[in-house]
Design a protein around this ligand. Structure first.
Ligand code: RAM
Length: 348
């Protein structure tokens, strides 16, 4: 019951605030859904093997199935722009109606995506944007600055405002993580954060083992480290396990899936993560599906000021994005704490 109430509150908050984006991937394309229409909508995520991406795909598929629209899922083996360019080219050759992509790089995909748009394919991005010229619309999970401010405040809180901290990120080219990190660095300029020293931004490439290794390296290179912020679901889970297994006094926060982080969230010394944040990745997939369908049927073009209805998610208005393009925003990040993690761990 409590879970339902929380879920309803989160959905309401997200719907009121507006929209967001998503993705998932593996090397082979898999088609699903019904074949009622001529349209085929594609979703291309950052990489295969990331449960967050699976959740986004799940939401996308749910809406496409409900609408009887064919879809294609593309999941590169590794989170690189090169792998995604190859898949975009395949989708263009296949003649899909739309491509929704979580970009592994802001600029590198521009020629391939422009080529797609020139051929009449509707291009949106979700979760991690491609640049303004490479897309018609970005489904943004939450405003960049609200994520940066929220994470910086969490680091301030769990360190007591003093000492060394590090970031464990995804890939060095990821648009979303880099935007959040830049935002954190901007917030850190304020006098309030003068006692905090960011010693390193490490990259685990959204690979579990690499993220484990990077966490171990941070612990050994910075004996006085007080906290790690991992703005990636893969990184935070790897770091949480390392810190807990090592009985490390270093504390962790960032962006994580409640299903993967339930064992690590707690207020006591036995747990590595006092609290963390995320949004609903399934809803990003759902919203991305509605955006793709609206671009394909021509009810939106991606211009600021346009509105559309995303089923049960509600009404959304397209707004200007900070990179000169346009976006819809799902809603603010949600805090997962020792008090509510049990309610969420089976949801996503
Ligand atoms: C990872 C991915 C994804 C990001 C989440 C928070 O799963 O890098 O792009 O949005 O973390």
């Amino acid at each position: 019951m409590k879970k339902k109430i929380l879920s309803a509150i989160l959905c309401t908050v997200m719907a009121v605030t507006a929209l967001a984006g998503c993705g998932t991937g593996k090397s082979a394309a898999s088609a699903g859904g019904k074949t009622a229409g001529e349209e085929t909508c594609a979703i291309l995520v950052k990489s295969a093997g990331n449960p967050y991406n699976k959740k986004m795909i799940e939401g996308f598929q749910e809406i496409m199935d409900a609408q009887g629209i064919k879809y294609v899922v593309k999941e590169p083996e590794e989170a690189s722009a090169e792998a995604q360019i190859k898949m975009v080219n395949e989708l263009v050759a296949q003649g899909v109606s739309s491509i929704a992509i979580a970009g592994n790089d802001p600029d590198a995909l521009q020629p391939a995506l422009e080529e797609a748009m020139n051929k009449g394919i509707k291009v949106a991005c979700m979760d991690s944007s491609v640049n303004a010229d490479s897309r018609m619309l970005f489904v943004n999970q939450a405003g960049i600055d609200i994520i940066g401010e929220t994470l910086m405040e969490a680091i301030y809180d769990i360190t007591g405002g003093e000492g060394q901290w590090a970031i464990l990120s995804a890939t060095s080219q990821a648009t979303n993580q880099n935007a959040w990190i830049e935002s954190m660095k901007t917030v850190m300029q304020q006098e309030k954060y003068a006692g905090l020293e960011l010693v390193e931004v490490a990259y685990g490439d959204d690979e579990y083992q690499k993220s484990v290794d990077q966490t171990l390296a941070l612990l050994s290179n910075y004996p006085d480290l007080k906290a790690i912020c991992a703005p990636t679901t893969v990184g935070i889970m790897a770091a949480a396990k390392v810190l807990q297994d090592e009985s490390s006094p270093v504390k962790l926060t960032g962006l994580g899936l409640p299903s993967e982080m339930a064992d690590y969230i707690g207020d006591d010394d036995a747990h590595s993560c006092p609290y963390m944040y995320l949004w609903n990745p399934i809803d990003i997939g759902r919203l991305t599906a509605y955006v793709s369908l609206a671009l394909v049927d021509g009810s939106i073009t991606g211009a600021a000021g346009e509105t559309f209805t995303a089923g049960d998610l509600g009404e959304y208005t397209i707004t200007e994005a900070s990179d000169g393009g346009t976006e819809v925003v799902l809603g603010p990040p949600f805090a997962f704490t020792p008090d509510n993690i049990a309610d969420w761990k089976d949801v996503y």
